[in-house]
Design a binder for this molecule. Structure first.
Ligand SMILES: [Zn+2]
Length: 279
């Protein structure tokens, strides 16, 4: 069953837990996601990122996402991660995605607002929820600590203007994490997170959760973040499991990778207290 993010983030925000989200890049990763959510009897955010077209053709991604989301026995948010082009995002909305992200965070605040509003208007008319980002979550490979990265931290003032102007359904904030794996250890600005949580009614989400440290992520999940993206750890889980296995053929290799992805996702469901959803 496909649902929007609204009810999930509302529950996460009020009960202080988060949902983990990873991107699928093929049927194996999509099915690993769904199996974990079904085993835990919890909802799932099944996401495809525009940049992953290099691994999976967009039309194929839409078919795979719709197939697994519809047949899942738990509610699924079929989400487009990091949508950049307007046409691409509109197509996702028209093709069954229930949630889309517009990432114009590298633009000026005014331009980010303008582009986001356009997507919100189109999406809301069709019952689809929208995530946007302000401040900028940079790349972990360029991360060497809070003051020497290409991150731009989200300010309360900008978040307030942005959410009121755009009416987005969730807001990705930059508080110290970065995309991919890190060079250094991330320093999360928990003070900023607490201020944002107190001032902004819109649910907050976090990108760049991978390799940020379990303690950091648990604090984020219970301190005001409603969704945490952990894609890099998810695919790393597959690779590490394969490397450590004694698989003898393609099918065993595939199973090892699936097991690795499932273990990673289960770990994060537990760490983020997602179980509280049922309470
Ligand atoms: Zn991201």
């Amino acid at each position: 069953m496909i649902i929007t993010s609204t009810e999930l983030y509302k529950a996460a925000r009020s009960k202080n837990f988060a949902f983990p989200a990873a991107n699928y890049v093929d049927p194996l990763s999509a099915s690993a996601h769904v199996e974990v959510a079904e085993e835990l009897n919890l909802p799932l955010i099944l996401a495809f990122a525009q940049v992953h077209q290099k691994y999976l053709d967009y039309d194929e991604a839409i078919e795979i996402g719709n197939y697994y989301a519809r047949k899942a026995k738990v509610p699924v948010v079929l989400h487009l991660d990091h949508g950049v082009d307007r046409e691409f995002i509109f197509k996702a909305i028209d093709s069954g995605f229930s949630s889309v992200m517009i990432d114009a965070s590298s633009e000026s605040l005014d331009e980010n607002i303008r582009r986001t509003k356009e997507i919100v208007k189109y999406a809301h008319l069709r019952g689809v929820t929208v995530e946007a980002e302000i401040g900028h979550v940079g790349e972990g490979s360029q991360y060497e600590g809070k003051d020497s990265s290409n991150n731009i931290y989200t300010t309360v003032e900008e978040a307030d203007i942005f959410t009121k102007e755009t009416e987005v359904d969730s807001l990705a904030v930059s508080i110290g994490t970065a995309h991919g794996a890190y060079k250094g250890v991330p320093v999360i600005d928990f003070q900023r997170l607490a201020e944002l949580r107190a001032a902004i009614d819109t649910p907050l989400v976090l990108h760049g959760g991978s390799s940020s440290g379990d303690e950091n992520l648990h604090r984020c999940a219970t301190g005001g973040i409603s969704k945490i993206n952990i894609y890099t750890d998810f695919v790393l889980g597959a690779y590490n499991k394969l490397k450590d296995s004694n698989c003898q053929d393609y099918f065993q290799a595939r199973q090892a990778m699936k097991d690795g992805m499932k273990e990673c996702l289960k770990h994060y469901y537990k760490l983020f207290d997602t179980e509280k959803y049922k309470a």
